[in-house]
Design a protein around this ligand. Structure first.
Ligand code: SF4
Length: 311
């Protein structure tokens, strides 16, 4: 095999996999993206060879075979397609900086407030809430109707106020069970910081009223963990591109992207798919004629979604 010094991880892994018939679940563990040195390419190739050998060995044992088969859910075409989409998005919109704010409590409340309303309205509601109640403990202990009044500009205030307070009560109970006395904001940060991505995901999901999108937003934007929030734009554009199948729900898409997207691509994919959905791939009348992803889009027939979709 001949390699140039400008091949990307996607190129090299796709080539390696075509040679070895290796499926790409392993790619998740290769965090590097962008152009690779020859040393890095060689290292990646060796890793794939060695993993390929290990995978073949596992076929001797039924139990292990089941485990490996379970992990290898992603086809070669799927990951090559995702690579192509990722690279076109970066070419089109550049590489955004991923700077988490380390404030998961604020992120959690802010994301609850953002449900079913615009960013402007939810931002206004958030600022009014924290100016009325300067600490999360005060939000927790306030009469619910006063919290609802404070967040009225964000819409659905009578639903969101008890939801926010319930989340705060739940975290308070968890801290009390551990005998802790920290401010809630510090408690949540410390709890998430000490957990793996999957554990942190489960921790947040077990808080009443906290769904997959809210969880992913907190982990991505506030904790710097590679969870992929699937909002309406990401969901629509991903389906049209053939990244996910037509019947895959937004909730299911969180898991599918987590299985396939390299960790350091997640923030870029999320931000740019939203941007593309807002600016070009509108819900009504997508502007396909000026779309830079045209060559990778199932909606216009450039790729076959049965080959490219994660599911
Ligand atoms: S080609 Fe059209 S449908 Fe496909 S991603 Fe672009 S704008 Fe959306």
């Amino acid at each position: 095999m001949s390699y140039t010094g400008t091949q990307t991880l996607g190129d090299i892994v796709a080539l390696a996999c075509r040679k070895r018939q290796v499926k790409l679940r392993w790619w998740n563990q290769e965090p590097t993206s962008g152009h690779m040195s020859i040393e890095r390419i060689t290292e990646t190739w060796c890793t794939i060879q060695s993993r390929s050998h290990r995978a073949r060995s596992t076929t001797r044992t039924t139990a292990r075979k089941r485990k490996v088969t379970h992990c290898m859910t992603t086809s070669i075409q799927t990951s090559v397609h995702l690579t192509n989409v990722y690279e076109l998005l970066v070419e089109t919109y550049g590489k955004p900086q991923w700077v988490p704010d380390n404030d998961p409590m604020g992120g959690l409340v802010g994301t609850i407030l953002s449900q079913h309303t615009s960013d402007i309205n939810s931002g206004r509601a958030y600022h009014h809430l924290i100016s009325t109640f300067p600490t999360w403990e005060e939000v927790r202990d306030a009469p619910t109707d006063q919290v609802a009044t404070a967040i009225r500009s964000g819409g659905l205030a009578n639903v969101k106020a008890p939801r926010i307070q319930e989340a705060l009560y739940t975290l308070t109970e968890r801290q009390q069970e551990q005998g802790g006395t920290k401010p809630l904001a510090d408690f949540l940060y410390d709890e998430l910081k000490q957990r793996s991505l999957e554990e942190a995901w489960q921790y947040l999901r077990s808080i009443p009223g906290v769904g997959p999108k809210t969880t992913a937003c907190v982990l991505l934007f506030d904790m710097g963990l590679p969870a992929m929030p699937i909002d309406t734009h990401v969901h629509r554009v991903s389906r049209r591109l053939g990244l996910i199948g037509p019947k895959v729900t937004a909730d299911q898409a969180h898991t599918l992207f987590a299985q396939v997207a390299p960790p350091d691509w997640v923030y870029t994919l999320h931000v740019h798919l939203i941007r593309h959905g807002r600016q070009v791939c509108h819900a009504q009348k997508p502007e396909c004629e000026k779309c830079t992803l045209y060559s990778q889009c199932a909606f216009v027939g450039s790729v076959n979604p049965q080959e490219t979709s994660l599911r």
